[in-house]
Design a protein around this ligand. Structure first.
Ligand SMILES: Cc1cc2nc3c(=O)[nH]c(=O)nc-3n(C[C@H](O)[C@H](O)[C@H](O)COP(=O)(O)OP(=O)(O)OC[C@H]3O[C@@H](n4cnc5c(N)ncnc54)[C@H](O)[C@@H]3O)c2cc1C
Length: 482
């Protein structure tokens, strides 16, 4: 076992859920290892919190700096942490000892490593929902989240004529953060569905008691006061020969164009499920959130014993909720590892459950208000669906007409979902296009079967694995996967 790290609990993801989970478990005496592919802890919301050049509190806002509390508490815990570590495979140990847990493949700086863990918490967070419109793969078009990542880590804004388009809180937050830094926004094209408010209104009571209410209204008010907002967008296109030249949109039945060299798209976030999916965690299509979600119980347990999911990786509930969920899931892992009994788990869990209930107030309102309209989720014609393999919506629809029943068969027909992202981005879109074409529900159509490695892995990386019997067996298993 030389050269292979061992731990009782592996936490994947150092966002609020993972940081809170690792800190709590370490406090209960669990030997914890936290792996995250980013160079610093914080996850999406608190990205680069220890290193960002934007040190003025007002630029990124107070909520961002709350992340320091989590990172500092984690640093004081006895949990181990490896930054820049991408987890690409997890499999159950093959030894007869049922206590032996999992072997995990991950890479750091181009070198593959292995780790043994008895219990795993996946806190892999969220990713942006694809926004497949004509021209969305042109240089100059990126997601709001990608632009925010660049901004938080380097303070850079890549374009000069910025147009934001889409719906959801993150769209307005990034507009606000840009404006705080003096970035000019040409326009914000709001694609919120016409029936969004009527769907959301029955849930307004929760929103009125939400901790986000005052902050959210202030933020939207400030953005509206300074930026040109165009509402009621029903069609959107990024236009340019080899890079973005202008944005074409339709609002109130009229089509117009805006010159732009930076179009930032956003229509909410969905759980990042590729590790849980590849591990065999049961997924279900959420009709409320219109995405795949792992099936978890109140303690984050999945159908795979000793594997739980915490935070936005289970269901989108936001950063504060992710933090409390991380603690609840960690309590259950502590119980499974024999560090606390069920009564302690339940009594300690009460505080976190109350905090969680408060943190999710208003979510139902937001989720319904910002449900992305069909024309921005389920593309037609030559719009690209699978970016890696450049497969269009028309090709997917044609394959269905030829008898292709679902996403897995689509891989054979078109190599759809078989590129470097392994279907991470087009998973939901492909399911929805097929479901629409076949007149079925997404749940009936199903999802990609994911295989390890879930992230691109070079032969050089694999060759750098410590040469033990266990690591050789792990590579053989990678090759043998169905
Ligand atoms: C691009 C983006 C930007 C966002 N910005 C904001 C914001 O400014 N404000 C806000 O309120 N909400 C924001 N959100 C929503 C936000 O992600 C969450 O509400 C919150 O961060 C969820 O916390 P989490 O701990 O569940 O996951 P995250 O904070 O997303 O953390 C998950 C972590 O898991 C790591 N990870 C994932 N897969 C692997 C792997 N295979 N190996 C190793 N590490 C892995 C990631 O690097 C990440 O650090 C953003 C979401 C996205 C997608």
């Amino acid at each position: 076992m030389t050269g292979i790290t061992q731990c009782e609990l592996l936490v994947v993801g150092a966002g609020p859920a993972g940081l809170a989970a690792a800190t709590l478990a370490a406090r209960h005496g669990v030997d914890v290892m936290l792996l995250d592919e980013q160079p610093t802890p914080g996850g999406q919301i608190y990205r680069a919190i220890t290193t960002t050049p934007l040190r003025t509190q007002e630029t990124l806002g107070k909520d961002y700096w709350h992340g320091e509390t989590l990172v500092n508490a984690f640093k004081r815990s006895h949990a181990r942490y490896q930054a820049g570590a991408t987890v690409w495979a997890v499999s159950r140990m093959t030894t007869p000892d049922p206590q032996s847990g999992f072997e995990v493949g991950y890479s750091v700086a181009g070198e593959a490593r292995m780790l043994y863990a008895r219990n795993i918490i996946l806190a892999t967070g969220a990713q942006e929902r694809p926004f497949p419109i004509p021209g969305w793969t042109l240089p100059g078009v990126m997601t709001v989240g990608a632009a925010q990542t660049m901004f938080k880590t380097t303070g850079i804004v890549p374009g000069k004529r910025t147009v934001l388009a889409g719906c959801g809180p993150l769209l307005y937050l990034v507009a606000w953060q840009y404006m705080n830094a003096g970035v000019k926004i040409e326009a914000l094209l709001d694609t919120t569905a016409a029936n969004g408010l009527s769907l959301a209104l029955p849930h307004v009571w929760g929103f009125l008691r939400s901790p986000y209410l005052a902050k959210g209204l202030k933020l939207v008010h400030e953005v509206r006061a300074k930026a040109r907002i165009i509402r009621g967008i029903t069609a959107l296109e990024a236009v340019g020969a080899d890079k973005l030249d202008h944005v074409r949109y339709t609002a109130d039945g009229k089509t117009a164009e805006l010159p732009s060299d930076q179009l930032l798209l956003h229509q909410g976030v969905v759980p990042n499920i590729n590790l849980s999916q590849a591990l065999g965690v049961q997924l279900r299509w959420s009709e409320t959130m219109l995405c795949w979600e792992p099936e978890v119980d109140d303690w984050g347990n999945t159908n795979v014993a000793e594997v739980s999911v915490a935070g936005d990786g289970a269901s989108i509930t936001g950063a504060l909720a992710a933090e409390h969920l991380g603690r609840l899931v960690a309590l259950e892992a502590c119980r499974q590892l024999g560090k606390i009994d069920q009564a302690t788990r339940d009594s300690e869990g009460q505080t976190h459950r109350k905090a969680l209930a408060r943190a999710v107030l208003g979510r139902d309102f937001f989720d319904r208000l910002y449900l992305p309209p069909e024309q921005f989720r389920i593309p037609v014609g030559d719009t690209i669906v699978c970016r890696c393999e450049e497969v269009t919506a028309a090709q997917v629809r044609e394959a269905v007409k030829l008898g292709c029943p679902g996403p897995n068969q689509m891989k054979s027909f078109l190599r759809c979902g078989m590129g470097p992202c392994q279907g991470r981005f087009c998973n939901g879109t492909v399911t929805e296009v097929i479901a629409q074409e076949r007149g079925l529900t997404p749940q009936e159509v199903g999802h990609y079967r994911l295989r390890f490695p879930t992230k691109p892995l070079t032969l050089g990386e694999l060759a750098s694995l410590p040469q033990t019997d266990a690591s050789k067996q792990a590579v053989i298993r990678l090759k043998k996967q169905p």
